[in-house]
Write a protein that binds this ligand. Structure first.
Ligand SMILES: CCCCCCCCCCCC(=O)SCCNC(=O)CCNC(=O)[C@H](O)C(C)(C)COP(=O)(O)OP(=O)(O)OC[C@H]1O[C@@H](n2cnc3c(N)ncnc32)[C@H](O)[C@@H]1OP(=O)(O)O
Length: 161
């Protein structure tokens, strides 16, 4: 895969197979959302168009879907940020940093309409070699509908053990 293809596909296209099953962003999870996150300048961006099954109230998106989008957008952003900090860009051979969610906060500011493209835009607010704080805004048709803050932490070798 070359650099242009990498930018089109997002960081999740590079997660190793055993890490590609997340319901939000795992490319191998057939039932999942397949979110894709990449750089746009100094921001990170993830887009998704919810359909009727993602409904909360007729016409409006379920908040849990928004939280999922901000969650995976942020862990993907954290991987991208640590990777760039290590001097790598998508498409290089070095292994990607693996990040999990330690904390997820969402503020729902306005009802989010169904059936239109949602755009999550993230900024790296704080970072060290094992923790990244990502602040994000979620827009629908140019309207700011939600804000998120995620603390993403490098996945320990003994994760789950
Ligand atoms: C390429 C493949 C990709 C692979 C990607 C995998 C697929 C995508 C995943 C999608 C997202 C998910 O759903 S992930 C699944 C949901 N999340 C989980 O199951 C995580 C469960 N929790 C844990 O395993 C653990 O609590 C960790 C790993 C999150 C933290 O472990 P720890 O042992 O406490 O970490 P520790 O070294 O002490 O802390 C490191 C830094 O993080 C801070 N910190 C720790 N926990 C928190 C917290 N809750 N809120 C705020 N900050 C925290 C500490 O203060 C410290 O900051 P400082 O002193 O350095 O400043």
């Amino acid at each position: 895969m070359n650099r242009d293809q990498a930018e089109a596909r997002g960081v999740q296209a590079y997660y190793p197979k055993d890490m590609a099953w997340c319901y939000g962003c795992g490319r191998l999870n057939e039932a999942g959302h397949h979110f894709q996150t990449n750089w746009e300048g100094e921001e990170t961006v993830t887009t998704y168009t919810p359909c009727s099954e993602h409904m909360a109230i007729p016409g409006f998106v379920y908040g849990g879907l928004i939280a999922s989008l901000l969650d995976c957008h942020s862990t993907g952003s954290a991987s991208l940020a640590l990777y760039r900090d290590q001097g790598h860009e998508l498409g290089s051979d070095a292994p990607l940093p693996r990040c999990v969610t330690a904390s997820l906060k969402v503020d729902y500011l306005k009802p989010t309409p169904l059936g239109v493209k949602l755009i999550a835009r993230g900024k790296i607010r704080d970072m060290n070699n094992k923790k990244v704080v990502v602040e994000s805004e979620l827009y629908a048709e140019g309207i700011l509908c939600a804000r998120g803050e995620v603390v993403a932490v490098s996945m320990p070798e003994n994760f789950g053990k």
